[in-house]
Design a protein around this ligand. Structure first.
Ligand code: NCD
Length: 311
């Protein structure tokens, strides 16, 4: 069983917890490849998807995962919730609590919002992305993909490239890689580099071309224009010239190295069309793993012990 009640940050999970989620997800991957994908595991459980910031793949992935486990999954989006009427998050939490839900999955533009819910609710809470802070379930599916594609996580060098400063994806991926014995290196122009990348446990570099031949994983991030007040580089074209993966950089990659991206992609910026569609790209494998990993997580957090084996 998982040692933590909630998943607010990736540090809530020990390396053993993380590996347990990944191992369990392998069984759910098989279930997802069957014609009939539904299991009775979480029948009678209520899962609320509280997404107060835009999302397509993460919200859909959680919804599919909950439904495949037969939970009652309810979606609440920003405009549909009473937060637009000025209700505080603490009041929303108490309202949802009064409805006896078992799990709330929250995405919010403020770092720490999942922690506020956790303080006001008995239900378990999963952070689906809080501001620029963390996105732990993205990390779990990224780790799953790295392990599946490269055979192990330990000892791998993972270059995380681009908008590190605004990235909750990097915020949870770096510490998890360190916990599992891999080496994260954040690679970005100085204006997109956090002031203390060492806090994430990562080395830093401003030069992609120097490091590219050494990377086992080329993890590209989206330029998050919606989180920027001013332009951190002269143009997207200049950014792509220095940090985008194009056909020349595809050639410079180590044999067997893979390209990852959390999506959504800005084609022509962080990845050229050729790179995004190349055999090295594992972007759709990440999406596919996302459903299995979220099923595993819900199974272990909510129903595991009463339900016996996965399939
Ligand atoms: C990421 C997010 O929302 O933090 N996307 C995702 O969850 N798949 C990254 C991004 O928006 O660039």
């Amino acid at each position: 069983m998982i040692s933590s009640k909630n998943l607010l940050t990736i540090e809530d999970f020990t390396p053993e917890d993380i590996l347990q989620v990944l191992d369990t997800a392998v069984s759910f991957k098989d279930v997802n490849a069957r014609a009939i994908k539904k299991l009775p595991t979480l029948r009678g459980r209520t899962v609320i998807n509280l997404f107060l910031e835009p999302s397509t793949r993460t919200r859909t992935s959680f919804e599919i995962a909950a439904k495949r486990l037969s939970a009652d999954a309810i979606n609440m989006s920003g405009s549909a919730s009473a937060t637009v009427k000025g209700e505080s998050l603490a009041d929303t939490a108490e309202t949802l609590s009064a409805m006896n839900c078992d799990l709330v999955i929250i995405r919010h533009r403020y770092a720490g919002a999942p922690g506020i819910l956790a303080r006001h609710m008995d239900a378990r809470i999963i952070n689906a992305g809080d501001g620029k802070h963390q996105h732990p379930t993205q990390t779990l599916l990224d780790l799953y993909t790295i392990r599946e594609e490269l055979g192990s996580i330990e000892g791998k060098t993972v270059g995380i490239i681009g908008d590190i400063a605004h990235s909750r994806v990097a915020g949870s991926l770096c510490p998890a890689l360190v916990a599992l014995g891999a080496k994260p290196i954040v690679i970005a122009p100085p204006t997109l580099m956090p002031s203390r990348p060492d806090i994430l446990g990562a080395e830093k570099s401003y030069s992609l071309d120097d490091l590219l031949p050494d990377l086992d994983v080329v993890y590209t991030l989206r330029i998050q224009q919606e989180r920027m007040d001013e332009s951190p580089f002269p143009s997207l074209r200049e950014y792509a010239m220095l940090y985008g993966i194009d056909s020349k950089r595809l050639q410079a990659m180590k044999p067997g190295a893979i390209i990852m991206h959390p999506g959504p992609i800005n084609r022509g910026v962080e990845l050229s069309a050729e790179a995004a569609d190349s055999p090295r790209a594992r972007i759709l494998d990440q999406v596919n793993a996302g459903v299995a990993v979220r099923m595993a997580l819900m199974y272990l957090m909510l129903g595991g012990e009463q339900s016996g084996s996965v399939a």
